[in-house]
Design a protein around this ligand. Structure first.
Ligand code: GRF
Length: 207
């Protein structure tokens, strides 16, 4: 079975990129990271890609007249089968979306459809969970559509909210779960593209 060729798009730290990359280096991993794209020249994601010699490209309104087209072209050039946005703070443009359709997925640090949408990123998501008094938060992996966090959810994992949690402690626990769920989902897609369909999803690892 040929390896699934995965591109990762990230704006900042890139810990999900690192988790995916580590998973891709395990024996018998069914996927590999073929490209990293970032809109931020100073991102940890780009730095990591360069350090580990993953092809990387900085695409933004400053570097390209048409960043959407530049992103689409880079993904096509590197023959990406699957595009993962992880901590990418912009919308994926229409050209890229129509070229990759359902093969673009995003990881969101809450149980969508709760606590998603415009402005819901970073600590704001976790603060909203705490403000709502939710006892459970989690991670969602979903298709990318033209609206923030609105595409169909293909996988979720729950993470408990603990008494005394701050947005930061909750974020750390959720991030750890992201690092399990995202590689798990990509592995499943690599084994069976039906995993891109929405269905109840149980992660393979205990949590
Ligand atoms: C993650 O919580 C992801 O769900 C959200 O942004 C954060 C990115 O973290 N969209 P990292 O850059 O992968 O460390």
């Amino acid at each position: 079975m040929p390896e699934l060729r995965v591109a990762v798009i990230a704006s900042h730290n890139g810990s999900n990129l690192r988790a995916l990359h580590r998973a891709s280096l395990l024996a018998d991993a069914p996927f590999r990271i073929v490209l990293v794209v970032s809109n931020n020249s100073d991102s940890g994601a780009l730095r990591y890609a360069r350090e580990t010699r993953i092809p990387a490209v900085h695409v933004s309104g400053r570097t390209h007249d048409d960043p959407d087209e530049a992103m689409r072209a880079a993904l096509v050039e590197h023959q990406a089968d699957l595009v993962v946005t992880a901590g990418y703070l912009k919308k994926i443009g229409p050209r890229t979306r129509s070229a990759f359709a359902t093969r673009i997925i995003n990881v969101h640090p809450a149980l969508l459809p709760r606590h998603g949408g415009p402005g819901m990123y970073g600590r704001r998501v976790h603060q909203a969970v705490l403000d709502a008094g939710d006892h459970v938060s989690g991670v969602s992996v979903h298709h990318v559509s033209g609206e923030y966090d609105a595409g169909e959810v293909i996988a979720r994992i729950e993470v408990p909210v603990r008494g005394g949690d701050t947005a930061e402690t909750l974020a750390a626990r959720v991030l750890e779960a992201e690092h399990t769920l995202l590689p798990d989902v990509v592995r499943r897609i690599a084994h069976d593209s039906n995993a891109l369909r929405s269905h109840p999803f149980e992660p393979t690892s205990d949590r």
